[in-house]
Design a protein around this ligand. Structure first.
Ligand SMILES: Cc1cc2nc3c(=O)[nH]c(=O)nc-3n(C[C@H](O)[C@H](O)[C@H](O)COP(=O)(O)OP(=O)(O)OC[C@H]3O[C@@H](n4cnc5c(N)ncnc54)[C@H](O)[C@@H]3O)c2cc1C
Ligand SMILES: NC(=O)C1=CN([C@@H]2O[C@H](COP(=O)(O)OP(=O)(O)OC[C@H]3O[C@@H](n4cnc5c(N)ncnc54)[C@H](OP(=O)(O)O)[C@@H]3O)[C@@H](O)[C@H]2O)C=CC1
Length: 506
């Protein structure tokens, strides 16, 4: 019964992903004499390590899965409780946990992340990839697969079509070009040949310590429903943190075929219908009475068939829905009065405050609803999860101490470094001319298999850039975007490969 008695904490953070851990660490160092409670459903937490400020706004770091004891050792005032939050009662400043306990807070930060936004929730042959368990389920199914279909045109799809081997991949994209979330048709053209070439051998496996859920907690039993996240149902059961940078290096991405990569892209179409093998055979039978577009003629029967809006049908072993993220708000936030954005994220202002008093939010669960800088936009990425987590802690502290706080400089310019198809990719500002309409011009420089450089200019000033390959231009371009220098006198010379642009603008 004693356990039932509610405990009171000044600061409580929900979520052991990058946002929640960054928030907790910042609070812990700012308030060394207060207990900071980190509540998380996952047995391992995600920590940022080897943080490096590459330039004013570009940052690079590793993401390491750690047992909670590591953060508790580093910050003795941090207490990690592994339990799912069942219900928030914001009016009472109270959380109810699955372990039966209750916790009162003065200030709360919600960092409950997201889960795959699947295009359908009605097929066990359609999976999403989010956390260690879902990645392992993907690997298990892939090891027996000869053909898979990947739906979506963002980060996960780009990684999968490049990494998967020994399996035929049908890649279904809504757009005219691949990788629409990250770049334009020109960059896609530059990258496409990489899909047909062999991947370079990886020299080393891991530089970092790896922990599995098995060394942090008892193995999942079937009744605990560990495993693939094939539902978007708001279940509180499968709530791991999002995967880290080299997640695909940790698992073997190999199918059952003795072929290397074979990717076929279906452009400008979506999924019309998902059939089981039985449904498909029935539809074929009916089709004999009223002729329909012919199915994929390759060998079958397959466990699942996908009919596309372009009339084609493909049979495959399973389908990956790499179709974005839904913020984790259900069901534990129901019954409160949260303002929610169109993408289902909790709306936060420039102090990371939600619409409920004393409740802040950061990372994938939130939607930035302040007036953004003209060069920044939210994308659900770990850089932003770290920045938001850290900044929300500073805002909680400032509000508690009644001190003013300005929106941090990191929200001035969108900056992302990543790797696609084994190329370094840097995205700056309005890299895809987002929101600029016709009011922009592009300068492009491309050297096959080496680099692709695109600059977005508005009224002669740089507002965005895509840099693929080892261009070494990121710092100079970042400065040019931040200082909004008039570049019209330079015209196309700006990308002249014979001019050392760094010296030019020093
Ligand atoms: C496969 C994959 C590859 C990616 N690659 C990249 C990349 O290369 N670069 C990049 O920048 N970003 C990448 N991302 C995105 C990035 O991982 C996320 O944006 C980021 O990790 C989000 O962090 P978060 O802390 O907001 O959420 P999460 O990491 O999802 O953490 C949420 C936490 O909340 C907990 N939780 C949820 N609900 C509850 C509850 N009711 N009670 C208690 N705890 C709860 C969960 O257990 C979890 O610990 C990738 C994502 C995926 C899935
Ligand atoms: N290297 C990196 O930076 C990586 C980042 N990530 C991040 O992880 C998260 C999850 O990745 P991912 O799932 O790829 O999400 P993304 O948001 O990157 O991409 C989702 C893609 O799916 C498309 N889509 C959405 N709904 C449908 C549908 N019903 N049918 C067909 N296509 C659809 C979207 O198109 P539209 O935009 O037109 O809706 C978009 O192209 C994202 O936040 C992503 O940024 C993941 C891997 C690598």
């Amino acid at each position: 019964m004693a356990d039932k008695i509610a405990k009171r904490s000044k600061f409580v953070v929900v979520g052991g992903g990058i946002a929640g851990v960054s928030c907790t660490e910042q609070l812990a160092s700012q308030f060394p004499y207060e207990e900071i409670v980190l509540l998380t459903a996952s047995p391992l937490i995600k920590a940022v390590t080897n943080f490096k400020q590459v330039s004013k706004t570009l940052e690079a770091f590793d993401v390491e899965e750690q047992p909670s004891s590591i953060i508790e050792k580093k910050y003795p005032n941090v207490k990690v409780i592994q339990s799912v939050v069942k219900q928030l009662q914001a009016k009472e400043h109270k959380l109810q946990m699955e372990n039966g306990k209750e916790l009162h807070y003065e200030k709360l930060c919600l960092c409950s992340g997201g889960r795959p936004k699947l295009f359908t929730h009605h097929s066990s042959h359609v999976l999403g990839i989010r956390d260690t368990d879902s990645a392992q389920e993907f690997q298990k199914r892939l090891s027996k697969a000869k053909k898979i279909v990947v739906i979506g045109n963002g980060g996960i799809a780009l990684e999968l079509v490049y990494e998967v081997e020994g399996c035929e991949v049908i890649w279904v994209v809504k757009d005219k070009a691949i990788g629409n979330t990250f770049f334009d048709a020109g960059a896609a053209q530059f990258l496409i040949p990489s899909m047909a070439t062999e991947k370079p051998e990886r020299a080393t496996l891991y530089k970092r310590t790896r922990y599995t859920t098995d060394n942090a907690a008892p193995p999942c039993t079937p009744s605990a429903e560990c495993g693939v996240q094939n539902q978007d149902s708001g279940s509180t059961k499968k709530l791991g943190s999002a995967l880290g940078p080299d997640w695909h290096e940790g698992i073997k991405m190999k199918g059952a075929y003795e072929v290397s990569r074979r990717v076929h892209v279906e452009y400008q179409c979506e999924v019309l219908k998902v059939y089981t093998a039985e449904e498909f055979l029935n539809s074929q039978h009916e089709a004999q009475q009223s002729p329909q577009p012919s199915p994929d003629p390759s060998s079958g029967p397959w466990p699942v068939y996908i009919q596309l809006t372009n009339g084609k049908t493909y049979g495959c072993d399973f389908v990956v829905s790499a179709t974005g993220v839904t913020p984790n708000t259900d069901p534990f936030l129901q019954g409160n009065n949260f303002a929610v954005a169109d993408d289902s994220g909790l709306k936060v202002d420039d102090h990371m405050r939600t619409s409920e008093p004393d409740v802040y939010a950061a990372g994938d669960v939130c939607t930035a609803c302040w007036e953004p800088s003209p060069m920044w936009q939210q994308m659900r990425l770990w850089t932003q999860a770290r920045q938001m987590g850290w900044f929300s802690a500073r805002c909680m502290a400032a509000d508690l101490l009644d001190e003013p706080i300005e929106l941090d400089f990191c929200f001035e310019l969108f900056a992302h470094i990543t790797k696609f198809f084994n190329y370094k990719v840097v995205l700056l500002g309005k890299f895809n001319a987002q929101g600029l309409g016709q009011d922009h011009e592009l300068l492009i420089r491309c050297t096959k298999e080496r680099e692709y450089v695109k600059v977005v200019l508005r009224q002669g000033r740089m507002v965005g850039a895509v840099l693929i390959g080892e261009t070494d231009l990121e710092e100079t371009f970042e400065n040019l975007i931040l200082n909004q220098m008039d570049l019209s006198p330079y015209g196309e010379e700006l990308l002249n490969p014979n001019i050392d642009i760094e010296d030019y603008f020093d």
